[in-house]
Design a protein around this ligand. Structure first.
Ligand SMILES: [Zn+2]
Ligand SMILES: [Zn+2]
Length: 449
């Protein structure tokens, strides 16, 4: 997830551990009651090891495309479970294939492995003091987005499903990908894919060909163990925006002798806000345009030649993304032209909208509810972006959120990407149950069609 899941405030209750199927489960016609029950119990059994893996990975975070230690742990674990394992997929990605005892379709489960260039500010005993190179600079590194939890949940899910391999009616593919947050080993300017797109290009959805994919993201915006989801568009597309405003340098006491890129940039920053407020139908889909950096000048009394800005554009749906991006470019170029300045505008569409397949969501919702006793709620649209979207462009996908904030800390919890981000390990078991049940039941349902 590229940005924090702000606004996922949910009026929901705390969830307790579910040891057996709840009474209402019969009404949602769970797959195979006895098998589902065993999955729930087995998830409980692997939970303590999942917590150990999570804390170990948290203490040893690795940036995008440098996840070699994490990938090694994953590959050893999957091999130990008897899977066919491919390593070095994309860059550091790992793909494991678990062939069930019965023939059937192929379902994929995905976790991302990378951490962020954030200096951890928790006092946890397993807090990170790791430093790594980030785009040419030594930086502190932290699992501030919870991808450590995703890896541990998927490793544990692999163990649960390997334990019922003979009963699986098809194949499960485990995709552990690199660089969801972007590459750390080079400066990304759109020239080559990273993360999910790199995995897809390397064949992660092929051989055997994947029929559907599931994934989850932990969030501080929901209480531990609560699941939130949407059908259709769920997380925003994200375009990176780079603007250079080129004027001509002069003494700040005589601005008429040059062309001032500073005042022009200020007008551009304000003008860009009208793309959303005046030129986009926000009734049908929200949009966000934000400028995050603005750099130029060297001294108080010199008008510089150039100002550089960067920002982000968030939209829902491909058409809106194209339209908003065009208008951003037009607004920048015309404001600059009015001032007599030149501009170079580059917009890189790097994350698509994450769209959950409505038919798949409808079909899988009953079994998802078995994971936590029915504490499953509809989430609002999220303006964060997620490269799971790339898989969901290729095959039907379902991506949902798992709460990891203790109920009594909901008001003060630091968001994802914060140096104080915290994952309540009690939530992991729900993630293990959810992914295990989804994979098993997807395969079962496909046999009955
Ligand atoms: Zn993130
Ligand atoms: Zn994330």
């Amino acid at each position: 997830m590229k940005k924090a899941l702000m606004g996922l405030a949910l009026a929901i209750s705390m969830v307790g551990a579910v040891a057996v199927l709840p009474a209402w489960a019969a009404e949602v016609s769970p797959p195979n009651g006895e098998l589902a029950e065993r999955i729930l119990e087995r998830a409980e059994e692997v939970q303590s090891r999942a917590i150990r893996w999570r804390r170990d990975i948290h203490e040893h975070p690795e940036l995008g495309n440098q996840e070699t230690r994490t990938a090694g742990l994953v590959a050893d674990h999957l091999r130990g479970l008897g899977m066919e394992v491919e390593t070095g997929v994309g860059t550091t990605g790992v793909v494991g294939v678990l062939r069930g005892g019965k023939p059937g379709p192929v379902v994929a489960l995905r976790a991302d492995m990378d951490a962020l260039p954030v200096k951890e500010a928790t006092d946890l005993p397993y807090a990170s003091d790791v430093e790594q190179m980030y785009q040419g600079e030594e930086r502190s590194v932290m699992h501030a987005c919870g991808h450590d939890a995703h890896v541990a949940i998927l490793m544990a899910t692999a163990e649960v499903l390997a334990g019922i391999q003979g009963e699986l009616e098809g194949t499960v593919k485990f995709i552990f990908q690199s660089a969801e947050e972007g590459p750390s080993d080079y400066v990304y300017k759109g020239e080559r894919p990273f993360g999910a797109r790199q995995m897809i290009r390397a064949g992660a959805l092929k051989d055997p060909e994947v029929d559907a994919i599931f994934g989850l993201h932990v969030t501080s915006a929901a209480p531990t163990g609560v699941i939130a989801y949407r059908s259709g568009p769920t997380m925003a597309s994200s375009s990176d925006l780079y603007i250079d405003v080129i004027g001509s340098q002069t003494h700040a006491a005589q601005p008429w002798d040059g062309t001032d890129p500073v005042t022009t940039s200020a007008q551009i920053v304000s003008g860009l806000q009208t793309v959303v407020s005046r030129q986009t139908n926000t009734l049908s889909a929200p949009a966000v345009v934000s400028i995050g950096t603005i750099n130029g000048g060297s001294r108080h009394n010199i008008i510089p030649e150039r100002v550089e800005m960067s920002g982000t554009i968030r939209t829902f749906g491909e058409d809106v993304q194209k339209r908003v991006n065009e208008r951003v470019k037009r607004t920048v170029e015309n404001i600059a032209a009015a001032a007599g300045a030149e501009t170079e505008v580059s917009i890189i569409e790097n994350y698509a909208t994450t769209v959950n397949d409505p038919a798949l969501v409808k079909r899988m919702l009953p079994v998802l509810k078995l994971a936590n006793g029915g504490n499953v709620f509809e989430a609002p649209l999220v303006t964060g972006s997620e490269d799971f979207s790339a898989y969901a462009q290729e095959v039907p996908g379902f991506y949902f959120f798992l709460g990891v904030t203790p109920g009594d800390r909901m008001k003060t919890a630091a968001p994802n990407h914060s140096p104080e981000f915290f994952v309540d390990d009690k939530g992991l078991v729900t993630g293990i149950r959810a992914l295990s049940l989804l994979a098993t039941d997807y395969l079962r349902q496909a046999q009955q069609e």
